[in-house]
Design a protein around this ligand. Structure first.
Ligand code: BG6
Length: 496
């Protein structure tokens, strides 16, 4: 049983508290940490929203998602206690309204306390909100700010956001969230790689044939069409989540788990990413958008129907990426992500090369190269597929079977979700789980180049059926190289 280490007491000010993120993720995350007695009694949640409403009104709004999935009775009993630590302030994010005076007064009771400002707001107003924090003298030495992704929508806007926030907070107080870094299985990537001696000697292009990173979702854009239609899958998922996964797989061993060491190694990967130019576009980039199709036994509408107009925004991307350094030169990293795919499934597959010489007689069955499957969600686990002799008499028969580390079978069932973990990391001041400014900007530089390439190359948008594995072109991306996408059980993807 993992030991829970309480954090210091803190005040968290959530701007955008009536929004989706705060209600779906942040309030439930804080509540769950409260229920596990990790949050000290004199901590406070100060919810800031634009709407005038009473505390009771806000509290009932806040409870909507906490209890939506049916909380255990023990947790329900803790809700009232949690609410006693909640305050609602109506204020605009720009610093004009009277609410800011209230906020100042509320916070002034203990200027020494850890103070966290969570900007659950559009990035375009991060700068002015930070300025307002400064104008009202709220950025004490113990203050920290959390920025939600996306930080900007390209390199230049990200730089502007970073500069504006940097005028108020030092880099060591800025926590840029990529919630994938808070996932248990993502954190395990560092442990898997650097706490086991087995893997490191073969973790390179000499022994690995290629890497696949898949983040598939079965949900569509839902209520986020306004944001999503301007973003698309490349900005929404690849620029942050998938590139972070790629960094953790490809980075050199840091000399310690110190935040700066880890972040510097990730940055080197981002800077070594091969730029995909127009010549490569046809072989390296696939864009797709879901059309109506069957999913979970019902007919799901197409993306254009969901956003209410024809759109050129991609809801699926597949990319063949490369990293130009000694360890990885010439070896492909295939990434794909899409909405409304057959199933929700995130995983990383490390496909090793075949043994150099086959000594087993042909009738024993075919030798398959080792494959390491790191299942991020759901059914978290790690599988190493190996060749084994099928036990029994009658000579050698080969079987390709997994060594299976299933989280469900091995560990306790409930561990904190990504936001719970990340919020507690901010209180502890652990920057290692957050993106540094230069990482975000380097990721944008590469992503901008991809967008420019597909504009110049006129990369087509392929429709795929909701409930499928994405457009056929994504399969061709690998087939052209003599490879197939894997479905995680060691089998090759069945196709649409
Ligand atoms: C968010 C994206 O960052 O990640 C969403 O904006 C996406 O579009 C979500 O659905 C996926 O997160 P998870 O944790 O459900 O894999």
């Amino acid at each position: 049983m993992a030991e829970l280490v309480p954090v210091e007491s803190f005040d968290i000010v959530i701007f955008g508290a009536t929004g989706d993120l705060a209600r779906r993720k942040l309030i439930p995350a804080l509540f769950h940490r409260w229920c596990d007695d990790q949050i000290p009694e004199n901590s406070r949640v100060i919810a800031v929203g634009r709407d005038e409403m009473s505390l009771e009104q806000f509290q009932s709004l806040a409870g909507e998602f906490v209890f939506a999935e049916g909380a255990e009775p023990a947790r329900r009993a803790r809700w009232a206690g949690f609410l006693e630590h909640m305050i609602y302030v109506a204020a605009d994010a720009g610093g004009e309204r009277a609410g800011w005076r209230d906020l100042k007064q509320i916070l002034s009771s203990d200027p020494e306390k850890i103070r966290i400002f969570y900007l659950a707001l559009p990035p375009s107003i991060y700068g002015q909100t930070c300025q307002a924090i400064k104008t009202h003298g709220l950025n004490t030495p113990h203050a920290r700010v959390i920025l939600e992704k996306p930080i900007g929508h390209d390199f230049h806007s990200a730089k502007r956001v970073n500069e504006a926030v940097g005028e108020v907070f030092p880099e060591s107080s800025i926590f840029r969230i990529d919630h994938y870094l808070g996932k248990e299985t993502v954190q395990n990537l560092l442990i898997l790689r650097f706490a086991n001696i087995l893997l490191e000697p073969i973790w390179n292009a000499n022994a690995i044939d290629h890497v696949q990173i898949t983040v598939a979702e079965s949900l569509g854009v839902g209520t986020r069409a306004g944001y999503y239609d301007r973003a698309g899958a490349l900005r929404d998922m690849v620029q942050n989540h998938l590139l972070q996964l790629l960094c953790l797989v490809a980075m050199e061993p840091p000399s310690s788990l110190d935040a700066e060491q880890v972040r510097t190694e990730k940055l080197k990967v981002l800077r070594a990413l091969r730029v995909i130019d127009v010549e490569d576009a046809r072989h390296c980039l696939v864009r797709g958008q879901y059309a109506s199709g069957l999913i979970d036994g019902g007919v799901a509408p197409g993306y254009a129907q969901e956003v209410g107009a024809p759109s050129q925004t991609e809801t699926f991307v597949a990319i063949k990426a490369g990293i130009e350094n000694w360890r990885w030169a010439g070896m492909p990293f295939y990434m794909r992500t899409g909405k409304r795919m057959q199933a929700r499934r995130s995983e990383i597959v490390i496909q090793f090369k075949p043994v150099p010489h086959d000594i087993i007689q042909a009738d024993a069955g075919s030798l398959q190269p080792n494959r390491l499957v790191i299942r991020l969600q759901p059914d978290e686990g790690v599988q190493l597929l190996m060749m084994t002799k099928d036990p029994g008499p009658g000579g050698v028969r080969l079987r390709y079977v997994p060594l299976n580390l299933s989280y469900a079978d091995t560990f306790e069932k409930n561990y904190p979700d990504a936001y719970e973990r990340l919020l507690m990391a901010v209180v502890r001041g652990n920057l290692g789980l957050f993106m540094r400014r230069d990482e975000v900007e380097a990721a944008w530089r590469w992503t901008d180049a991809v967008m420019q390439t597909w504009t110049e190359a006129d990369t087509p948008l392929h429709l795929y059926k909701a409930g499928s594995d994405g457009p056929d072109k994504a399969r061709l991306l690998l087939r052209r190289d003599g490879r197939e996408w894997f479905d995680g059980d060691g089998r090759e993807s069945a196709g649409t």
